[in-house]
Design a protein around this ligand. Structure first.
Ligand SMILES: Nc1ncnc2c1ncn2[C@@H]1O[C@H](COP(=O)(O)OP(=O)(O)OP(=O)(O)O)[C@@H](O)[C@H]1O
Ligand SMILES: [Mg+2]
Length: 247
């Protein structure tokens, strides 16, 4: 199964991706986490720590300067450019770099192409996409099974989510909306009014444990797995795991 997480900048894509990936891995699934953001931060939300996350970025920068050799195969890419994250997760950074060597997987291939090439039968791929809806618009059938659209109760994030929800259904069989940082009924009503009530929703409250995790450069699931906001994302992982791709 391949899950991609989309939404406006800053809505919580990386938090959702990292927490869902960890929860899936803790439930016994083999998980490949794909950081497709040009400013890769998924490592931090997975609990790899800021230093190791920076190191992954440095390896990719080595490609541009010629210090690192390019890689053509997808498996080689996951092997050489990835790092191990907690609970047995493999993390790779997949954003395009500026001076691509045409045809190599490590930099000339877009996130959506890579998603298409990654194996999604024996493992669950969780892709943290770049902000906006560019990658969602470029998705071809088979590149993602689930699009998770993250939205906050703010006009701009809801506009991006609305456009993502318009595009996603013809590109992936399942679409889920994460209503993030919902403080009260009014916040939820705002989201429902903008996006409609007929989506599959996951409601995540504004969560101090998530803020604390971010402050400390840790994974929210390590800070407090029972905090309501973290729990909501663990429940999302359980729901996702219910649709196939057994461990
Ligand atoms: N439910 C929540 N409760 C409290 N804080 C949250 C919640 N969700 C996200 N945040 C905070 O919001 C900020 C942005 O979250 P995150 O980095 O996950 O968003 P993003 O969509 O990946 O951003 P970017 O577009 O920059 O990659 C972080 O400081 C994070 O801790
Ligand atoms: Mg992010």
């Amino acid at each position: 199964m391949k899950i991609v997480v989309a939404g406006k900048g800053g809505v919580g894509k990386t938090t959702v991706s990292g927490t869902v990936a960890r929860a899936l891995a803790q439930a016994g699934h083999r998980v490949l986490a794909l950081d497709a953001d040009t400013n890769p931060m998924l490592g931090v939300s997975l609990g790899v720590g800021p230093e190791q996350t920076d190191l992954l970025t440095a390896v990719r920068e080595g490609l541009a300067t010629g210090e690192t050799e390019h890689e053509r195969s997808t498996e080689g890419f996951v092997d050489r450019f990835g790092t191990d994250a907690p609970d047995g997760i493999r993390l790779v950074v997949a954003s395009r770099i500026d001076q691509p060597n045409p045809g190599c997987t490590c930099c000339g291939v877009s996130a959506e192409q890579l998603l298409g090439e990654l194996e999604g039968t024996d493992q669950i791929v969780v892709g943290d996409l770049e902000a906006g809806i560019g990658t969602v618009l470029r998705l071809q059938p088979g590149q993602a099974d689930v699009v998770v659209v993250v939205a906050q109760p703010t006009a701009k994030s809801l506009e991006v989510a609305r456009r993502a929800l318009e595009a996603a259904p013809e590109r992936a069989p399942r679409v889920i909306v994460v209503a993030n940082r919902v403080r009260d009924d009014e916040d939820l009503a705002t989201i429902h009014a903008a996006l409609g009530e007929n989506h599959e929703y996951v409601i995540v409250p504004d969560e101090p444990a998530i803020a604390e995790a971010d402050r400390d450069g840790r994974a929210a699931i390590d800070v407090d797995p029972d905090a309501p906001g973290v729990r909501a994302l663990v429940d999302l992982a359980d729901r996702l795991a219910g649709i196939g791709a057994p461990a």
